[in-house]
Design a protein around this ligand. Structure first.
Ligand code: XMP
Length: 321
């Protein structure tokens, strides 16, 4: 692997920011660059680095792919408006759901997201904007897991030998690629991002697709989105690294009001980990689990089963797709 890690103990955030800002300025020259902001710590840090380097010559977009958590596009745009950064929301729901149609294989779903993002939506925006560079929030762990062949992270292209200029018509700059998440959080804090961003729970690039087993449709995303909201509300005070809901592919037999009810199955995962390389399920009190099951099945009539994952990583992964 060519990328050299900058360890948290060796990181000098101000110095790091200075270097990356210079690099971005000289790479982009007098041209334009664009970036996609999801509201996670990585893309938020990249947005601020890019704006420091380029000012208004960086155009920031929030791609509304229909796969994000409830209220995210508006929340993120208004948060960055407070930092004087304009974020344009692009409605790309149709492109993403079309790309995902009929797919059930995890790697095929990841590939579909990559293609919809880079080839369809981003190429179009780049062409319209005249930008020659795309700033991206790839971090060291993304490269590591992709190269190791564990799973394809959607933002890895050049490390896989894909020439983005040839394939899509733009160059990718990855200013955070030498950092792992804790170091990115330090940089984000030094950049002046609010705590709700620099300490935010991780959320995967393929978004809720990573939490839907089987086909990804708008209806199935809506189910996992609702369950995610409940899980995030109920587990907010656990101090866990990450907690979320998963929609299983198969329906299961249940009963409601004395009648058979064949409904969906939601799995809840909640992880304790330092670095996401190994992880263990949080030992949640039974009352908490019971409340989760009660809320999910009563607020979501189509769901008849809620389970809690008790497996460590490895052999489990934190996400299911
Ligand atoms: P896994 O499932 O690999 O998750 O054990 C480890 C951490 O990485 C996040 N994750 C992703 N993040 N793109 C991302 O940006 C991805 O494709 C992706 N897959 C997993 C996951 O949420 C967890 O924090």
């Amino acid at each position: 692997m060519e990328v050299e890690e900058i360890k948290l103990k060796d990181l000098k955030p101000e110095e790091f920011i200075g270097h990356r800002v210079k690099e971005i300025s000289s790479a982009v020259g007098s041209g334009l660059a664009i970036n996609a902001l999801s509201g996670g710590v990585d893309s938020s840090a990249v947005t601020l680095l890019g704006h420091k380097a380029l000012g208004d010559r960086l155009k920031t977009y929030f791609i509304e792919n229909g796969l994000m958590r409830e209220g995210e596009p508006e929340r993120v745009a208004s948060l960055f408006e407070k930092l004087d950064i304009q974020v344009e929301i692009i409605d790309a729901r149709k492109e993403f759901f079309e790309a995902l149609k009929g797919l059930t294989d995890p790697e095929e779903k990841r590939e579909a997201i990559t293609q919809a993002f880079y080839r369809d939506v981003f190429s179009r925006i780049v062409k319209e904007s005249g930008a020659k560079h795309l700033l991206h929030g790839t971090i060291y762990t993304d490269v590591e897991e992709t190269i190791a062949g564990i799973k394809r992270q959607h933002n890895i292209l050049e490390q896989l030998g894909i020439d983005t200029e040839k394939a899509y018509g733009y160059k990718i700059l990855e200013p955070l690629v030498q950092l792992r998440k804790p170091a990115v959080r330090e940089v984000a804090k030094a950049l002046g991002l609010p705590e709700e961003i620099y300490n935010r729970m991780p959320f995967p690039g393929p978004a809720l697709t990573a939490r839907v087993l089987g086909e990804v449709t708008p209806e199935r995303i809506e189910i996992v989105r609702k369950a995610t909201k409940i899980v995030e509300e109920e587990l907010a005070n656990t101090g866990a690294f990450q907690y979320f809901a998963i929609l299983h592919a198969n329906k299961v037999t249940g009963m409601r009001e004395g009648k058979r009810d064949y409904g969906s199955q939601i799995e809840v995962r909640c992880w304790d980990t330092k670095d996401a390389v190994t992880a263990s399920p949080t030992k949640l009190p039974h009352e908490t689990l019971d409340k989760l099951a009660q809320r999910i099945t009563s607020e979501m009539p189509g769901v008849v089963s809620v389970t809690y994952n008790i497996t460590r990583k490895p052999p489990s992964m934190m996400e299911v797709v």
